[in-house]
Design a protein around this ligand. Sequence first.
Ligand code: AMP
Ligand code: MG
Length: 441
Amino acid sequence: MTAASASPSPSLQEIASCVAGYDPNALPVAQAQEFIARLVPRVQAVEMLAIRSALGRVLARDIVSAINVPAHDNSAMDGYALRGADLSPDADTELQVVGTGFAGQQFVGGTVARGHCVRIMTGAVMPAGLDTVVPQEFVKSLGDKGNDRIRVPAGIVRTGDNRRLAGEDLARGEAALSAGRLLRPADLGLLASLGQAEVPVLRRLRVAFFSTGDELRSIGEPLAAGCVYDSNRYTLWGMLQRLGVELIDLGVVRDEPAALEAAFRSAAETADAVITSGGVSVGEADHTKQVMARLGDVLFWRIAMRPGRPMAIGRISSSADGTRSAILFGLPGNPVAVMVTFYAFVRDALLAMSGTTAAPLPMLRAACVSAIRKKPGRTEYQRGIVSRSADGAWRVEITGSQGSGILRSMSQANGLVVLHHEQGNVEAGGLVDVLPFDGLV
Ligand code: AMP
Ligand code: MG
């Protein structure tokens, strides 16, 4: 983007001043989400893709139908096309069969006369003069070959039944799909029905990620005393993969200013967003926070949530003169906190950056099997197992230990119980919101 075409990005202070009740040291989840929504830019570059390659991609422009789909009135059933006006209102009607209409062919017999009908297949063009189809199973065949007649029982069809109108799926000139749409299987079919081979989509978002912390070891390395394997890069990889973004894995980065700076600079050089885990807690002795602050415009938040209180947010520059910058999501290091903060903040932000508006995640209302203690004034995310009770209602059971380092709780769970900011204790049997994992893109 040239300086002339780019609208200047608001500073973090400007964004903060737009968020009512902004307090970086006790930021409610909703305010943090609003801040991030104002911060993130949307990708601009457009590429043309064959429709099958466009699944999960974001449509760059409205698609307007150049044709009527279907092109002609046609039959929705196998049966007999007739003229509704020929049907007697209160007696059976007998009609003479004068031909057959096949799918993919125009009926050759011209306009059909009164008292006549045409045997017709599903999808066949309605013969001129006819407006109604009676399914074959309702009809009694009289006569024999060469002199085919049918009897239509009284009241079985009304004028216009079982006829699909030209353009009823898509009318010529109508917007078939709007820009910003995340293309799903039905959309590919819709594009194909317009005869469209290629589709303009926004380029894929590029997301770099790395783990920080001197105690981290990569798989394959020996695990020295006091060390843990880096698991966050794998959960992050999985969650990002589901979003369909392009991934740049920068590995585990040692707690050395030069190594951290090199990783951040390279991320900002190539990626739209950089996600780190670890090193953003208040008491952190390591260099991560200092390097983040030095290389960009970064805020360190304490969010009113559990797990996942600390988080860094802002922009990191690729070089001292800031030629390019990437949005930074500095997530906490605890394995559960990484996932929770990703779903609470990063997922929607990355979708917005990809150019699509994320539909709010669908929540279930489930009866909580046991009581939960909860203080108003922060949002809590507990891991739970949702299931259907015998009566068909949803119920949820909290998985064992809820410690933010216990990744097993996340693996056992099939959803997150969301206890909202103002919510207090929940009694056994009380209804709570649950965010099911299945279906998270
Ligand atoms: P931090 O946010 O850096 O204070 O880390 C909090 C906790 O999460 C510490 O116990 C870390 O060892 C752990 N942790 C940090 N990063 C990772 C990671 N990538 N994989 C597994 N555990 C981590
Ligand atoms: Mg650390």
